[in-house]
Design a binder for this molecule. Structure first.
Ligand code: BG6
Length: 512
């Protein structure tokens, strides 16, 4: 079999039309942590959606492993309910029936040798019964503290052994560590059991259509690249705002906080795609080389008391209802210093970006749910208008709307109708929903399919993960020494320090 990386290298050796649907070869997927939210809301529905789109092999097998006294049928029922509730595509009984034939369940805990031996037997039987051909991926949708045990068990029970053309892969969910040191430790443990090219670290933002569109926008057009640099760009704002709170997620979130939860991964990946140089090709190696280069050149800007902000939400009005604050939701220690809002300032030390701040912010219970990248341009060096005519003229901006309402907006000045030459900001919009008829697949559909196909482009390698921690660690250390974050009311746009950090350079956050 051609190693996955080489499948991308030489188009002459692979004349297949890349627009044709890519269908996974014979294989099975085992999920650890099937009782969790992620499995139920994202993974199981995504597997059904892939089956529904005809992208899974006919003998595909899905095995669940958990500490439950379930038979195959009980697990099948759990998957069925998850699919009914959360699948993106319409339910077809025939598709479900075919998928259900390949569903298996292995009860057991992670420290139970016998359970893993049973899993190894199940996998062997699947090869014989369903023709999965020895090709199996193991999805660790479990707390990071369980990674080492599960990985050791997979290795001990022979589940990591690949023979001949068959493959074994592991899929790891974030958080990839807690800081640089723990990430390095985790990477060592993973690489003791799986070679790096068999490790797929999920950053589900990279599976979003609009995130991939950053590459199309930048590198398929002539229009933007010439002005994509410090001569024209004033600053970049990357926002991931959520309206939801943390009810029920305290166990995961307390002690982690907004910066570790999403800046270390999703937002730094968005920044890397926005700031990187054009890759030689879209092969996994070339793409990663550029991301690694730009992450290596990225540093947090200090002094952190002035250039960063962090907050914790309190109760307030949001979307017409009164919602509780973090500490009324339960699960958080009353003296918890975990932030639910985080904003940082970064600089990229390169010729292209010298002097251009990149502001990254994220928060729970903010004004509304929106993720966007706004490239804000410098003002025109000269305005040949009467100054009163341009009072309402802002800065040009190109905004990539990642979600919801996926698309791109351009903001520029236009003449206000009338006898005077007054100029005001207007916007020009591209909306995915209007321009294309087909709806975008869910990020997890794309990423699970890529795992089964062995296509690693959209998965960060350990170097990217470690570099991201290196960028964030100094800020986290500073915050840890500062105690409690500033409170902000639910439904607002974060703590006062967030506005202050931009105001010091005369800038303001966008209110999407
Ligand atoms: C996850 C974070 O990675 O992304 C969550 O752990 C967050 O805290 C989620 O809510 C948001 O994902 P999306 O796709 O809804 O923007």
């Amino acid at each position: 079999m051609t190693p996955p990386d080489q499948q991308w290298q030489n188009p002459l050796r692979d004349p297949r039309d890349k627009r044709l649907p890519r269908i996974a070869g014979p294989c099975g997927l085992t999920i650890f942590g099937v009782t969790g939210d992620l499995s139920r809301k994202k993974l199981m529905p995504a597997i059904y959606d892939l089956a529904n789109r005809g992208l899974l092999p006919p003998g595909f097998a899905l095995t669940g492993f958990a500490r439950r006294d379930w038979a195959d049928q009980d697990f099948g029922q759990v998957v069925y309910e998850a699919v009914k509730e959360h699948a993106r595509t319409p339910f077809h009984q025939s598709v479900w029936d075919r998928l259900a034939e390949g569903i298996r369940f292995v009860p057991g805990s992670f420290d139970d040798d016998e359970a893993f031996d049973r899993l190894a037997d199940t996998v062997k039987h699947l090869d014989a019964e369903r023709g999965t051909g020895g090709n199996h991926a193991f999805y660790l949708s479990v707390p990071p503290s369980a990674f080492p045990t599960v990985l050791k068990q997979l290795s001990r029970s022979g589940l990591t052994d690949q023979s001949g053309d068959s493959w074994r892969r592991v899929v790891i969910e974030k958080p990839f560590g807690h800081d640089l040191e723990s990430a390095q430790h985790l990477n060592r443990i993973v690489n003791e059991v799986f070679p790096e090219d068999s490790v797929f670290r999920i950053d589900h933002y990279l599976g979003k259509e609009t995130v991939q569109n950053i590459l199309a926008l930048r590198f398929a057009n002539q229009l933007f690249e010439p002005i994509w640099n410090s001569h024209y760009v004033d600053h970049v704002q990357i926002t991931m705002a959520e309206d939801i709170g943390l009810g029920g997620r305290a166990g995961y979130y307390d002690g982690i906080g907004a910066a570790r939860d999403v800046i270390q991964n999703h937002l730094l990946q968005l920044m890397a795609l926005t700031a990187m140089e054009e890759p030689v090709s879209f092969s996994p190696q070339d793409l990663r080389a550029e991301k690694v280069k730009v992450l290596s050149a990225t540093k947090p800007v200090g002094p952190f008391d002035e250039t960063t902000a962090r907050g914790q939400y309190t109760g307030g009005w949001q979307g017409g209802s009164l919602v509780p604050g973090l500490h009324e939701e339960g699960g958080f220690a009353s003296d918890s210093i975990t932030e639910t809002y985080a904003a940082i300032t970064l600089e990229v030390e390169s010729r292209r970006w010298a002097g251009v701040p990149f502001y990254l912010r994220t928060g729970k219970r903010l004004g509304r749910r929106v993720t966007e990248i706004a490239v804000v341009f410098k003002r025109a060096p000269h305005l040949p208008f009467d100054s009163t005519m341009t009072e309402e003229l802002g800065q040009n901006a190109l905004v990539i709307r990642v979600q919801p309402d996926e698309g791109v907006t351009m903001r520029f000045g236009a003449k206000v109708p009338g006898t005077s030459m007054e100029v005001r900001d207007v916007t020009m919009d591209f909306g995915y929903g209007h321009a294309f008829t087909e709806s975008s697949p869910e990020a997890y559909e794309r990423l699970i399919l890529d795992v089964l196909l062995g296509e690693p482009s959209l998965f960060p390698v350990n170097e990217e993960v470690e570099l991201s921690w290196k960028i964030l660690d100094p800020v986290l250390e500073h915050w840890a020494a500062r105690g409690k974050p500033q409170p902000y009311k639910a439904g607002t746009w974060g703590p006062p320090s967030a506005d202050a950090m931009l105001a010091r350079t005369g800038r303001v956050w966008r209110r999407p």
